[in-house]
Design a binder for this molecule. Structure first.
Ligand SMILES: Nc1ncnc2c1ncn2[C@@H]1O[C@H](COP(=O)(O)OP(=O)(O)OP(=O)(O)O)[C@@H](O)[C@H]1O
Ligand SMILES: [Mg+2]
Ligand SMILES: [Zn+2]
Length: 557
């Protein structure tokens, strides 16, 4: 492979025949050239790396080739060569992103007045046309409408909606389509062949699938691969450069969690360790992924902002349908705790393994959380804060024949050793339903679980108390004066989040109702000024501003 300008520049299509896809543009432009009906203003619209600049240069070469106007520019005459090397005086490329002032446009208007050097056509390529200011456009409109003879403007943009309608109206518009995976693969193969790069069809396919519909990105990755592994590229190199191995591990780890298979989850971590990848980074990837699953579950489809490639989107949608929302929430919760522990100095691999094992075995998790809540209260009591009476949680009777629980997990039973398709959480309450004492003890853990989903709601819930409980329903109460928090907790969504949190802890998702009741003195120490703290939180979360009715205060701001 030779050095010099980047691969994508060296392999710009130079003739219409070289262009892959965009047939409608090629056909219309060729016809116009053949019939001498080239318009004086074109608008090329399309996402990045789809060939807009290349097409504009081909048009310029067709018009200015020594044999021109022709639809087959020779590629060797002075004009063709200078256009290819971007040195032609008659093909002026302007980046509107950096030349968007009225002054720049004035310069352009003056330049337009001069006749083409070659005696044929002058072609102005205005890239990122949506970046021009309205004032600049207005200064340019007249020129665009009535340019001197033999002047062609090509405005290229990725965002047509941002171009002034009056400008769009004066142009012939072409929409550049995103290439298919096959078209991307064809270009990668062609360039690889010309550069004597050895790359197998599977590697080309993978690369093309990850090029997000951009020829430029595909060639950019190919170039990166050459730097990474030389002129012979294997599929593993592509996986490494694209970071795809991680994506597979992420999907795999979540599948393991969803099917209650802690063993596979640990294998994913082991694999991660073998490849020497960063455990912390993987936790973050996993967190992002779990969040995306929640988004897809909530919306029922993959929204544009998290869409990557059709393949990956489909995979995400499939997984979102397979995994329960409770699983995704619990995983997020456990990962947050693991990352916090790592920040506090714990070993990343151990924390990751712990989080995945717990996530894959909800009954272990529920027990651990109950335990955790208990330890936290004990610590609080020891540190001299108000003493709390803790109701006892009875562990469920171990079914006969279950293996002994591990040393660190005392109350709950081990998950069954063979990987069950779905592990159903064992409720820790002996009745199989909910008990008020248990829920009261778990309440801080419930609030923690809610916090993953909804910080503000969690804040509100710290002021609530579980007050009544039947097997599958739970009443929580706020102080009668506390209408603001009660309202927040009353919404259907809030009650759903609380029910899910309880499910992740107890295996039971009760019907939640919210009441105002005179409560016993706070069981936990309330924040110094909960109202103020809630306000602070709201401000931070929603960029909210407190409306002050004191005119002096407003005036002082
Ligand atoms: N239709 C195509 N056929 C073959 N190669 C293409 C095609 N489109 C783009 N390419 C390749 O991608 C590179 C980038 O294309 P080009 O600069 O024309 O895209 P663009 O649409 O102008 O992108 P941007 O919006 O980022 O400016 C080209 O140099 C070429 O290597
Ligand atoms: Mg371009
Ligand atoms: Zn030529």
């Amino acid at each position: 492979m030779s050095s010099g300008p980047s691969l994508y520049r060296r392999h710009r299509p130079r003739t219409f025949a070289d262009v892959v896809g965009q047939e409608h543009v090629v056909r219309t432009l060729s016809n116009a050239i053949e019939h001498g009906k080239v318009h004086h203003a074109y608008l090329f619209v399309g996402s990045r790396g789809t060939g807009k600049t290349s097409m504009a240069k081909i048009l310029a070469a067709c018009l200015n080739c020594v044999n021109g106007p022709t639809v087959e520019p020779c590629g060797v005459c002075d004009s063709c060569v200078s256009i290819a090397s971007a040195t032609s005086l008659d093909v002026i490329e302007m980046d509107a992103a950096s030349n968007n002032s009225v002054d720049d446009i004035r310069d352009l208007r003056e330049a337009v007045a001069y006749a083409p050097v070659s005696g044929r056509s002058k072609v102005y390529i205005l890239d990122e046309a949506h970046m021009l200011s309205t004032a600049a456009w207005n200064a340019f409109l007249k020129t665009l409408e009535e340019p001197p003879p033999n002047t062609v403007f090509v405005l290229a943009t990725t965002e047509a909606a941002k171009v002034l309608p009056t400008v769009v109206d004066r142009c012939h518009r072409f929409d550049f389509t995103r290439p298919t995976v096959e078209q991307l693969a064809a270009v990668v193969r062609r360039v690889a062949e010309k550069e004597s790069i050895q790359i197998g069809p599977d590697a080309v396919g993978l690369l093309a699938r990850h090029a997000t519909g951009s020829f430029r990105d595909a060639l950019g990755t190919l170039e990166q691969l050459v730097t990474y592994s030389g002129a012979t590229i294997a599929i593993d190199d592509v996986l490494a450069v694209l970071g795809v191995a991680d994506a597979d591990l992420v999907f795999g780890a979540v599948d393991a969690v969803a099917s209650g298979d802690p063993k596979s989850a640990l294998l994913a971590v082991a694999k991660l360790g073998e490849t020497g990848r960063d455990m912390g980074g993987f936790m973050r990837d996993l967190e992002i992924h779990a969040r995306e699953l929640l988004v897809v579950q909530t919306l029922g489809s993959v929204p544009a902002e998290i869409s990557i490639t059709p393949d990956r989107d489909q995979r995400l949608a499939e997984q979102a349908a397979r995994v329960t929302q409770a699983d995704a929430v619990r995983l997020l919760d456990l990962l947050a705790a693991a990352m916090k522990a790592v920040r506090d100095g714990a070993d990343a691999r151990t924390q990751l393994e712990l989080a995945l094992t717990k996530a894959a075995s909800p009954e272990v998790d529920a027990g651990a959380r109950a335990l955790h809540a208990r330890i936290e209260r004990l610590e609080q009591a020891l540190s001299g804060e108000p003493q709390v009476t803790v109701p006892r949680v009875e562990p469920p009777p171990a079914p006969p024949g279950t293996p002994q629980p591990r040393a660190e997990e005392t109350s709950p039973p081990e998950p069954s050793p063979q990987p069950a398709a779905v592990v159903v959480a064992e409720p820790p309450a002996p009745t199989g339903g909910l008990e008020l004492g248990v829920v009261a003890e778990l309440w801080p853990a419930v609030v923690d679980a809610v916090r993953v989903d909804d910080d503000v709601l969690a804040m509100c819930l710290t002021e609530a108390r579980p007050v009544d409980c039947a097997e599958r329903s739970l009443v929580i109460a706020f102080h009668p004066d506390d209408t603001m928090r009660r309202r927040k907790a009353e919404s259907a969504r809030a009650r759903q989040v609380v029910a899910e949190a309880l499910r992740s802890l107890t295996g039971v998702a009760p019907q939640i109702s919210v009441e105002a009741r005179e409560l016993d003195p706070a069981v936990e120490e309330a924040p110094a000024d909960p109202e103020a703290e809630l306000l602070e939180r709201l401000k931070a979360e929603f960029d909210a501003e407190e409306i002050l009715d004191d005119p002096d205060q407003e005036g002082a701001a």
